[in-house]
Design a protein around this ligand. Sequence first.
Ligand code: SF4
Length: 102
Amino acid sequence: MLEIIVPAIVLSVLGFFLGILINFVSKKFHVEEDPALDDLVELLPRYNCGACGHPGCREMAHALIAKENKPADCKPIKKEQIPVIQEYLDNYFKNKKEQENK
Ligand code: SF4
């Protein structure tokens, strides 16, 4: 019976302390992301197909914000969605420029 209880207690204690460690590390190294990334991912098809050359839509959103890609580089996107994303990006860059000038 002891050969079951001792490993169970050891694993429970180990799991508890590793949980605390993971919690601490995740808070210590937390990186605040631009909320526009979530908006852009919502506007993209979210197929994560990789046809744009990125591993997924979130990486494509990063590239759109970095001006490395254009919305039309997403292959499966509906044509009527391209101006919606472009308008979002135009407003995003305009707001960002205004914030930098303040
Ligand atoms: S091509 Fe479009 S749908 Fe596919 S991963 Fe890139 S952004 Fe997402």
